[in-house]
Design a protein. Sequence first.
Length: 233
Amino acid sequence: FGVLPLLAGTALITAGAILVGLPLGLATAVYLSEYATRRVRAVLKPVLEVLAGIPTVVFGYFALNLVTPTILRPVFGDSVFIFNAASGGIVVGLMVLPTITSLSEDAMAAVPRSLRAAAYALGARRRTVALRVVIPAALSGIASATILGIARAVGETMAVTIAAGATPNLTWNPLESIQTMTAFIAQVASGDAPTGSVEYQAIFAVGLALFVITLALNSVSHRLVRRYRQAYA
């Protein structure tokens, strides 16, 4: 099937990461921006930065030794492979969480206080202000944070290799073992790949595909920022 199994595996990991990272990251950003006190914010922000600094290999072994046997197998039974896309998506979602949270919180903090004050003056509750005023006003920053999180998930290598395995499997079942594009490059490039061989050319072909995907994501992010950006005097 050529590169299709690698594309499918990358899509599975990315989808799982966004399903985990986006809701948690956006909820954390809303909490830090609208609900948390200065003392709580001063504690949680460094914790998120520490989470971003954990080596990806640690996330991979966390998925292999904890997520799969403790979380997935008690729920789905023996249908869960030891190496599976679901555990890889979960840990990559935790990895992109600091990026989405930090950038989204910065975008929400940039929303003028006058908009919040006007909503409160009309009788809106804090939840309504956060959902109906702050998030729409910071939509361009939130969209950019999401795109950057997707790009991080697409480019992740070691955690995915350890958690999801190295089986180029053309499937959409997240409980099966898969292989991503970055994992394929790491596997093939780690051995002897003579110049001009099929393996050598495959590395550059997959790398070019990754470059095109990343370029497309950056273009989408730029368009979203230009379309939804709001300037305040």
